[in-house]
Design a protein around this ligand. Sequence first.
Ligand code: SF4
Length: 432
Amino acid sequence: MAKILDQPRYKCALTAMQTVQSITGAIPILHSGPGCGGKLAGGAGSSGHFSFNIFPCTNLSEKEVVFGGEKRLKETIENALKVIDAELYVVLTSCTSEVIGDDAEEIVRSFKNADKPVIYASTPGFKGNNYVGNDWVIKAIIEQYLKPAEKKTKGLVNIWAGLPLHDPFWLGNLRELEKLVEELGLIPNTIFGHDRGIKNLEKVPEAEFNLLVSPWLGLENVKLLERKFGTPFLQYPTIPIGATETSRFLRAVGEFTGVDKEKVESIIHKHESEYFYYIERFADVFLETRVMAKRFVVVSDSQYSLALTRFLVNDLGLYPAKQYITDDAPLKHRKQIKEYFKELNYEIEAEVEFSSDGYKIHEEIRNTEYYGYPLILGSSWEKKIAKETKAHYLAISWPINERLVINSSYVGYAGGLKLLEDIYSVVLTRFN
Ligand code: SF4
């Protein structure tokens, strides 16, 4: 029987308009009713030149539902090309336009000789959530916009990680990943955020490598890039947080791209000695603040549940209770994702459940013995159960209502320290 979930952890596929809006110079054109864009808008950090509230939309109404909306879509694209100064126009379909059978692809094809590129992605909410919607939009860009490069640029690495705007730390994380890759002597290339956008998008085919930092999101697209442009890819399954994972990440990227091993080790040595200098200085806080239980729970998407579990076990010596993955990860990837939770230090393995049923998750947390005040990392939905269980609680995942994240990041050595700061800033409030 169908269930009603009262604590949404993701939005519908049309929210992939956020992916388009995160590429400076690109704009989505929604072929949808007026309510979709309004409902999917929201979240911090979405204002700006082409904000959530500034996008062309066909505003489908009863008339188009009865007689078809293709004419209206054609007019909307024509007018968008006239009045909006974008570099790339991405038409996105919705439930309404797909159910009435509009051939948006054909309409978009009629603009192939327009002055600016117009492409199309099928993103009705009934087909999936915004995680898969993001992948469909990137796929559409690869298939319809990118052209093979005349030559490869040595050392150029496309980095793919995170879900634009939905992941509160997506942009900060990308910038930190760029820095790590750059330290290895490579040239990072990302398409999202300030001073990237279309100019970087056009460099994607000339990259020597693709680096996917994700357990599943984006995997199909790096495979597509390999087929289309012959670019080999490395999938690193987790965002690296803290010393253990970041050093592993640097070694893996270094080995894949052929960076001199000694160089990699000297970079790692430099970072680890600084990292452990800070850990040593604050070891009294970590060791003596025994008020926090050793057991923790993460309620987040595949990326964060995995990355935080690895950090808290490998770097902080905590023990995982059952971990929850809320992004409705595609079934074909779940077995592998579960395997990643077995690759923890000290032969520890974490039990994982894929669920977006907040009621059930909270019931289970309520009935779990944490042997002390638990640590709960999740979204604002976890605030209530955290209060009830007197937990130490940190919001790290959408929806976040009580934190403003501008360009913070938990990636890398500095990201691990930042996460410790955030966790222990909560722990210390118990005494102060
Ligand atoms: S689920 Fe369908 S109708 Fe609802 S916002 Fe998404 S595209 Fe629009």
